[in-house]
Design a protein around this ligand. Sequence first.
Ligand SMILES: [Mg+2]
Length: 229
Amino acid sequence: MKQLSALTFDLDDTLWDNRPVLMAAEQTLYDWLCLHYPRIKLRYSLEDMWGLRQELLQQNPELRHDITALRKYSLRIVAQTSAYGDSLVEPAFAVFLNARHRVSLYSDVEPALRRLRSAGYCLGTLTNGNADVGRLGLGHLFDFSLSAASTGKAKPHPRMFEEACRHAHVCAAELAHIGDEPGTDVAGAQNAGVTAIWMNRQGVEADPGIHDHAEVRNMTELLTLLGVN
Ligand SMILES: [Mg+2]
């Protein structure tokens, strides 16, 4: 780990517990739609809305790298099939996005990020989702933020990692990526020649197909791994 000078972090489920955030955001959006566009409730349950997005994703796998486009596409279909106009799409998405940013950081995140900055690391974020660190009031802790939508490819494709190296002015050997998903964060970093650190906060069994990575349970263990005191 000695040669590392830049670190990138996944967001959802790495810096906060995302499941309750998304569940609450889905419910907030659904309640808003039912209140303002009541015919939607006659046709769609909350589960139906989720099912529709999965169906659209299967039909349009390229939308995996742009989940904002996927959600807007599904809202357009919900509007049309309920005999409403497309004009509901943008305000509905704004309601979702606002609720989606009501996150509670894990308590070890901010202190650790400050320590890493003080230790001289260049810090960035890489997400396949649509959380915005600036909107979360965390922009000052990071030097750059990249997303699947901004780079055009979702992790595990190497592009976001290559872009991260460009932003941090480092080669792949000088970058480590920290994230919770073996299939996207760990495998993606490895595809790009970047050091992979699996943030396994839940202490789950390692995926047997993924190896040659470091593993930490929390940000304190990350600081120890990197030798930052
Ligand atoms: Mg994640």
